[in-house]
Write a protein that binds this ligand. Structure first.
Ligand code: N01
Length: 501
């Protein structure tokens, strides 16, 4: 049976359509932020579908020791829900999770969230202008608009290493940390040296007996300069919110100012970042042999820049070994590298990132003319401004293709997407439009421009990273300033869409 979503409680006061069910998929930053913006616009007729049993997305799932954001919290929080209470410059995962729970509570969102409800299929009905969503329990719901906030870096990627499943010790991914297992006194391996590893390695190094870090590619690391905020500082921020806004403003514009060092393919600019990172390496690691192994040989910014004041120095500790010889095989009691060396282990921590393949389309989605999104995206994920896809009307994606930053807070992008989506919903509702469908030629023109600019970006300089699809194209990041993306995205432009009444 197909249940309509709840009616809009605000309809009578807003004078808008009495029945306009909206489905939001996911309750991380994007889903909660969209819900709040809808409420602020007087639209209450939404239901959030969440496959887990709580809100929080990434920050509910990533609980590994050391997990924290790498953008200062005054900027890595919603601009319309700022908090003076962050305990430190770069908040740890638990504090961000608490922040997300607190805004959920403040806006009384839980009653509109269906937890433990995974959407497994979505199909558009052109005549009715509605989406039918099917859950894992085979329930169906109809919605006029779907806002997909399913997130990009969600499902853990396990490495394709021979013998991975034969290991008889403990083995777990950073994004599914095993808190029952005590690492104290154990021989532990970390596979991978990306953003997750750079945080977990220093956090566990002093607990374990032996730590082997398996590095396939070294990463550029820059100083973090974290600091704890005093109670007095937080009180002042609480009393004078303008200072909080100023802190956010400075972080935002500094990131924009230095952004080209990180995102442009420009040797001279990159050398500024590279020099800073190499100075950091020299200060952290005294052993020249070790420094040589840790020094990246690809352009600064090509992979995500990592920030840490403790990662590189961890390798000078007597219980840590940096293993650069490729892994040959995982055996039942340890790892063997290609040089024939076998290192016995009690536990293996997989820090190899996330499955990105079809991040914005994690289940079958069928649009106009029975066309599936898999089919539409067979040559790669494309969307207009990363949000709407021709042939998939009234479907909005947050954190969709080419909307990630390499240099600043992703929330700048998602907030612009929330504004765009809410302004589209307001128009559809007010004018009784059956559906809006982005014009194919507008979408193509936008993406041709985007991919043209991509050639001038550092991510295209030959390194391998999760930013790139299998065919080498970049469907992840936005090739430019966050401010530019926000300005061109914030408002829904009806002329870019077919408006079917
Ligand atoms: O994953 P990654 P991550 N054998 O893909 C290696 C966000 N994030 O979880 O470089 C051996 O960056 C791989 O090696 P290589 C953030 O956006 C944010 O660390 O491909 N090694 C690499 O070293 C980030 O960018 C935060 O040669 C293998 C590592 O595993 C994104 O999540 C914190 C391998 C994967 O690095 C992903 O970060 C954490 C194999 N078969 C994450 N396969 C913060 O905000 C892969 N690797 C702080």
């Amino acid at each position: 049976m197909s249940n309509p979503l709840p009616q809009d409680a605000s309809n009578s006061s807003s004078g808008a359509s009495a029945d306009f069910p909206i489905a939001i998929i996911g309750s991380g930053f994007s889903g909660l932020g969209t819900a709040i913006q809808l409420k602020k616009a007087g639209i209450d007729s939404f239901t959030i579908f969440e496959r887990a049993s709580d809100v929080g997305g990434t920050w509910r799932d990533n609980t590994y020791p050391g997990a924290a954001c790498d953008v200062p919290s005054h900027a890595y929080s919603l601009s319309f829900e700022q908090s003076p209470d962050w305990s430190r410059r770069f908040a740890e995962s638990g504090e961000i999770y608490d922040y997300l729970k607190s805004i959920t509570h403040k806006w009384d969102l839980r009653k509109q969230i269906r937890f433990n409800t995974e959407i497994v299929d979505a199909r558009f009905d052109e005549a009715a202008g509605t989406w039918t969503l099917t859950t894992g329990d085979d329930e169906t719901f109809t919605a006029r608009v779907v806002v997909s906030c399913a997130g990009g870096l969600v499902d853990p990627a396990n490495p394709d290493i021979k013998g991975l499943h034969t290991f008889t010790g403990k083995i777990f991914h950073t994004a599914r940390w095993n808190h029952e297992y005590n690492l104290a006194g154990r021989r532990v391996a970390v596979i991978g040296t990306g953003a997750s590893a750079v945080q977990v390695v220093p956090a566990i190094v002093d607990q374990v007996e032996q730590l082997d870090v398996y590095q396939r590619t070294p990463a550029w690391v820059v100083p973090k300069r974290d600091k704890v905020y005093s109670e007095r500082f937080k009180r002042v921020l609480g009393r004078f919110p303008i200072l909080l806004r100023a802190s956010r403003f400075v972080t935002y514009w500094m990131s924009e100012l230095f952004g080209p060092i990180v995102f442009l393919d420009n040797q001279r600019l990159a050398s500024v970042g590279k020099r800073g990172s190499l100075m950091h390496l020299r200060a952290q690691v005294k052993d020249p042999d070790l420094r040589r192994k840790l020094r990246p040989n690809f352009q600064f910014g090509c992979k995500r820049i990592l920030i840490s004041d403790e990662y590189w120095s961890s390798f000078e500790k007597p219980n840590v070994e940096l293993v650069t010889d490729p892994i040959e095989e995982i055996k039942s009691t340890g790892i063997q590298t290609r040089d024939g060396q076998f290192r016995p282990l009690d536990a293996i921590i997989i820090a190899t990132g996330f499955e990105l393949g079809m991040a914005s389309a994690p289940f079958p989605i069928t649009g106009l003319g029975d066309r599936s999104l898999d089919e539409a995206w067979k040559d790669g994920a494309v969307a207009y401004k990363g949000m709407t896809i021709a042939g998939f009307p009234n479907w909005f994606i947050l954190m969709g293709p080419n909307t990630g930053p390499g240099h600043t807070s992703v929330l700048v992008y998602t907030e612009a997407q929330m504004d765009h989506t809410v302004s589209a919903i307001k128009k559809i509702r007010k004018e009784g439009i059956r559906y809006v469908d982005v014009r194919k030629e507008v979408q193509d023109h936008y993406n041709d421009g985007l991919q043209g600019r991509m050639k001038h970006m550092v991510w295209s300089t030959g390194c391998n990273s999760w930013y790139l699809s299998k065919d080498g194209s970049n469907r992840s990041l936005y090739p430019g300033y966050a401010a530019e993306y926000a300005v061109r995205t914030r408002r829904f432009q009806p002329r870019d869409y077919r408006l079917i009444r």
